[in-house]
Design a protein around this ligand. Structure first.
Ligand SMILES: [Zn+2]
Length: 166
């Protein structure tokens, strides 16, 4: 049995492994239908290898983010300071690997605002060297979440694979 969730991009031949702890952390912020929770957002933190990413941790929403049920803006500086702290404690092994946020729908799809926000990240040249993970968590389960890799201004689909080998 494999723990966590494995995603794969056929085009990039690139693997993403979401650990159980990362899945659990995201789950805490899902906008379940009965709870009028605001959208949440943060940074995805993990290990980068040559052909894979391993998601270990996320930064949690902060009080000074701008949040409503249908929108978010990762405004707080706490995400960056949390990332810096984790980076230091792990001797540089854990680093920024992407962005996550929630949607109040079971099968989330990116909005125009989402693409706009990500394109601002792209304008930072350093951002394009390695694939970055984008994760929209719906109000159901990770099985229906939206995942994508962003590399050189292109979005690459990720598929879930359940077997032991690719
Ligand atoms: Zn969104």
């Amino acid at each position: 049995m494999k723990l966590g969730l494995h995603l794969y991009s056929d085009e990039l031949r690139f693997e993403v492994h979401l650990t159980d702890s990362a899945l659990h952390l995201i789950h805490l912020h899902r906008q379940f239908a009965d709870a009028q929770k605001a959208e949440a957002c943060g940074i995805i933190i993990g290990e980068i290898r040559s052909k894979s990413l391993r998601v270990i941790d996320i930064s949690s929403p902060a009080d000074d983010d701008e949040r409503t049920i249908y929108s978010f803006h990762r405004k707080s500086t706490k995400h960056q300071s949390y990332l810096n702290k984790v980076h230091e404690i792990s001797n540089g092994i854990l680093q920024y690997i992407g962005e996550w946020h929630t949607h109040p729908e079971p099968q989330p799809r990116p909005s125009n605002c989402d693409y706009q926000g990500w394109s601002q990240l792209i304008s930072n040249g350093k951002f394009n060297e390695l694939p970055k993970l984008l994760w929209i968590a719906g109000n159901k389960s990770y099985k229906e979440d939206w995942f994508s890799l962003l590399l050189n201004k292109k979005y690459y689909a990720l598929r879930v694979y359940e077997g032991d080998t690719l």
